[in-house]
Design a protein around this ligand. Sequence first.
Ligand SMILES: [Zn+2]
Length: 429
Amino acid sequence: MTARGKKTVRDLRRGSRSTLLRRLYFDGPLSRQELGSITGLSGGSISNVTGELLADGLIEECGSVESDGGRPRILLRVAAGRAHLVGVDVGETQVRVALFDLARTELAASDRPLDDRGHDAGHVAELILTGLAEVLERTGTDPGTVLGVGVGVPGIVEQGAVERGGRVGARGEPGGAGAVVHGQTVGWDAVPLGRMLRAGTDLPLFVDNGAKTLGQAEMWFGAGRGARHAVVALFGSGVGACVIADGARFRGATSSAGEWGHTKVHVGGRRCRCGARGCLEAYVGAEALVARWGAAPPGGGEKAGLAALLGAAGAGDPAAVALLDEAAEYLGAAIADLVNLFNPERIVIGGWAGLLLGPRLLPGIRAAATEYALRFPREQTEIVLGTLGPAAVTVGAATLPLSDFLDSGGEFPRRAEADAAVAPAGLRA
Ligand SMILES: [Zn+2]
């Protein structure tokens, strides 16, 4: 029996594999010498572990660089095709399921609109499972190479008592199947989404809030890169945020931290989708903006409505200009609250409405944030737009199984055993 707290050789080996895989994933291609100087691992360890990772097909050689006077140094990188990731965005109007290789190249995607059943949970689970089957089949992907299915949902996600923390969830039973979603604005009251999905797939499941998955994507691959203290704001039909404190996501007691859209900007103000009054979301969420403008072409949906509002403001329509100026001030004031509460070095504004309105609103948002925030922390904070585009939520959802894989040092997850017996091919129809 190993003494508690003492690391076994296997733990150390896994730690080294994880360290090298992460470095190659985020900063590769790199030579063995560069890996040594970045990680501090000995030449012998680097040589052993990279040898193992090469033998497992997880990394590959990709050319060489000249070194001063010595032999050329071979470059290594993660083998993009060795494994796959699935990211799901349960959005405001549709469910998008995307299949990625390890390098996050999108290989296939399925977009299924929510019909008049709206966010009916059974319907959403069905759309996710159908989309999953479709992208795997269309690309001929072996489910055994899929590291997991990450799902970004609107609402607060409780991971379940058995598998709190995600990683245990992926590799032990009952997997991310314990996830329960409290989505007050879409009428989800403790929806056992994990269990509903587990009924149709034996792939590892990871469920998290959509603003959090977007935040993860911007922090890893987008405008948040390099920051240790940041807030990524999701500006869509509703408004949310992902707070990164000292490099880690701030979750709170039950993962609901960052519900920034429901902070109050007006006591006794407009009724919000959450039922309370005066929430930020009730003033600047895309749904609220289009409703408040009242001049959007009927039947066009929120995106068309917001584009029309932007167009009208561009043409000088005073009502549209006033509404957008006011939205910038509300957002700037609410960002000032984030600055005062969290002292972030960077605030990233993402989400589809953020992409659409960001260029117009950003100067006003920055000015209002300066006006409303305490001067010292405001001077330390830059406010920027997200760089990842509309696919950020699916990419972010796919980072959930990716993170688990990198942490494990490149171990392929076990599939859910109960279901594997029933569905060896990975999916039940
Ligand atoms: Zn609210």
